[in-house]
Every structure is written in structure tokens, then in C-alpha cells.
Design a protein around this ligand. Structure first.
Ligand SMILES: [Zn+2]
Ligand SMILES: [Zn+2]
Ligand SMILES: [Zn+2]
Ligand SMILES: [Zn+2]
Length: 350
């Protein structure tokens, strides 16, 4: 029997980028780490929006996915941003606090980008078009403070000025402003920067039926054990089922870091802690949110987190991202809302 099922899922993979210009915002990148490539470069979110409610430390930019909405002219350009806390102990089971999601839309005709697509064959680093806000040199959030000596480098606040000082000090007195803007070496605050490339998932074999019959024969074998063992075994079989399904599906492409299937269903890693519709809050505009993509555990092995420092071991089974079904656009009179909050659901292995 042929159990091949067509997949509607797109997968995201990490691609080492030979030319980091490709990740400038003018090329509408999907990317991992580094600073965010802000779609709207004028109304940048500020640091207050990114304080983890558990540890009160600032969250770090994790990734962004460029995902235009073909049904909405105002979302001709559309990017989803994900930030996360770097404190391991904030990743408790059943707690979505350490993840923060934002969405930004722009129509095709806008103040910042050409109406025509960019020329991907002739990459350039120039991206100064329109009125652009200053960014923090360390984290890329709104840089409202300026180094008082050189008045060239901006920071989101005192904390990032402090951690940047040993890198910035030698350049602070230089008059060459380009030198100032060079990224400092050995910065570990940000996750390392790579492109995310998106490819369609190939059709897969649906082996669910085989699993069910396996489970049955296991249950038959279990009749040899006493009642307690049997109950424990049954619980394990049930538990294993969603986890096995998860493992089997990703085993075809084990290096996937993103599964993208807007309005589809996430691939949960466990039977536990799957959200009900009532667990997904509506968008600020009042519309329901729909599932859009999920972040996979393989990504964890690529984050330069120091696993020898106990509290830096961040962890998840999968993170499902839910976004406004209408891709609503913000009220233009409210600058702060150019980046609209969306919702993340973190699932851990049981
Ligand atoms: Zn935290
Ligand atoms: Zn900063
Ligand atoms: Zn300075
Ligand atoms: Zn909305």
C-alpha cells in the first residue's frame, strides 16, 4: 500500500552566507541571529518592549521570516520577528514568557524601498533610503542614547554602552566614522548571523498505520506483565506516539529549523501541552490568530549558547508562532505600533 502524502509545508534551513550584504533589510531576508533587519526602519521597537518578565533581562533577537501575504496589498512586504530570553531557567514547562514575536507589514509603494524588486545579483550595502531611526550598536533596537564622547555610536541604554565599551574605546577617539560602525570582534551577546533558506518539504511516507499495528502487538506482548506494568506501558505508548510521529517526520530532513505552513497545523513534539483554540489570544485588531510556522529543536544546536554556564542552556521541543489571520496593518498615527505583537506557544518534551 502506498501511504505517500503530499506535504504543504515549507522547511527552513540555515545557510552560511558568504556575503552578509544579502542580509540587509533592502533584500528582505529571512535570517537567524545578528541584529534584526527591520522592515520599517523608522519606527523601531524600544528596549522596554523586550524585557523578559521572568528574569528582567533583555531578550535577544533570534530570527526573522519574510512572509508576504498575497491576499493583502498592505502586507506586500511582511516580516515576522522572534526574540527570546537567554536565561536557561526562564524556559519552564508550560511558560511562553521567554519568547516574543512581532510582525511588520508594508505596502508595495512605501517610503523605504523601491517599487521594483531588489537586484540580488549586484548586492550593495547601501540601504539609506527614507528617514531612518538610530539603532543600538549592540542589539539593534532603538538607539536613543549616544556615546557622549564621539557622538557617533548609539545605544539602547547604559547597559549596552557598558558592555560595548571595551570594543568601542579604541575607535571612540578616531575621526573615521566608518571605523566606528565596524562590528566589534568576539561579541557574544548576539546569536551568530546566518541566512535562512526556505524549501518545500518533499512528500513523505505516512507510517502512522504501521505504528498503530506495532502498538497493538506491543500491547499484546504486555499482557504477559501484571496490571501495574501494563498501565505504565500504555501510558508510555501513548506518550511515545506523538513524539515518534514528530521524530519520524523530521528524520527525512533532520536539519530543518523552521516548518512553515500558514493556516496549517503545527507538528507537536508531545501529546502534552497542545493549545486549545481558547489558549491563542486574538490579535490587537480583534481578528483571530492562525498558526503560521514553528521553530524546531535542531536550531538549538546552532545557537552559540554556552552550555557550560548552567543558566544559559535554553531549551524547547518546538515553538509554534500564531499571527493575525488578516495581516492587519497598524494605525499609522501610532508610531509605536508599526511592529505588532503576535503570539508564541512553546512546547517542551514531556
Ligand atoms: Zn528571562
Ligand atoms: Zn542595545
Ligand atoms: Zn564613542
Ligand atoms: Zn490583526
Amino acid at each position: 500500500m502506498d501511504n505517500t502524502v503530499e506535504s504543504s509545508v515549507d522547511l527552513g534551513f540555515i545557510e552560511k552566507c558568504s556575503d552578509l550584504c544579502r542580509l540587509n533589510r533592502c533584500y528582505f531576508p529571512s535570517k537567524l541571529g545578528g541584529k534584526p533587519a527591520w522592515l520599517d526602519p523608522k519606527h523601531i521597537p524600544s528596549v522596554e518592549d523586550f524585557i523578559c518578565q521572568s528574569c528582567l533581562k533583555q531578550m535577544v533577537f533570534l530570527l526573522q521570516i519574510y512572509a508576504p501575504d498575497g491576499n493583502n496589498d498592505k502586507a506586500f512586504h511582511r516580516t515576522i520577528y522572534v526574540f527570546c530570553c537567554k536565561t536557561g531557567s526562564c524556559y519552564k514547562h508550560g511558560d511562553n514568557q521567554p519568547i516574543k514575536v512581532l510582525r511588520c507589514n508594508l505596502p508595495r509603494k512605501n517610503d523605504f524601498y523601491s517599487y521594483n524588486p531588489p537586484d540580488y545579483d549586484n548586492l550593495s550595502s547601501s540601504e539609506d533610503r527614507g528617514n531612518i531611526a538610530s539603532l543600538c550598536h549592540v542589539c539593534g533596537l532603538a538607539g536613543t542614547k549616544t556615546c557622549s564622547q564621539c557622538k557617533v555610536i548609539n545605544y539602547c541604554g547604559k547597559e549596552h554602552q557598558r558592555i560595548d565599551w571595551k570594543f568601542h574605546k579604541p575607535f571612540c577617539v578616531e575621526s573615521d566614522t566608518e571605523l566606528h560602525k565596524k562590528p566589534g570582534k568576539e561579541r557574544t551577546y548576539l546569536f551568530s548571523e546566518n541566512e535562512i533558506i526556505i524549501e518545500a518539504e518533499e512528500d513523505f511516507q505516512d507510517e502512522d498505520k504501521n505504528v498503530e499495528s506495532n502498538a497493538k502487538s506491543k500491547t499484546a506482548a504486555a499482557s504477559l506483565f501484571d496490571e501495574n506494568d501494563l498501565q505504565e506501558f500504555a501510558g508510555m505508548c501513548k506518550e511515545d506516539k506523538q513524539f515518534l510521529k514528530f521524530q519520524r517526520r523530521i528524520s527525512h530532513e533532520p536539519e530543518q529549523i523552521i516548518r512553515y505552513d500558514r493556516r496549517g497545523k503545527p507538528l507537536w513534539c508531545s501529546d502534552n501541552f497542545i493549545p486549545q483554540a481558547s489558549n491563542i489570544p486574538p490579535c490587537l485588531c480583534g481578528s483571530e490568530r492562525v498558526y503560521e510556522f514553528q521553530i524546531m529543536p535542531y536550531l538549538l544546536s546552532h545557537l552559540n549558547v554556552d552550555t557550560t554556564v548552567e543558566d544559559e542552556t535554553i531549551d524547547w521541543g518546538t515553538i509554534a508562532i500564531y499571527t493575525c489571520s488578516k495581516s492587519c496593518s497598524p494605525d499609522v498615527s501610532n508610531d509605536k505600533l508599526s511592529y505588532i505583537p503576535e503570539f508564541a506557544w512553546k512546547q517542551t518534551y514531556s
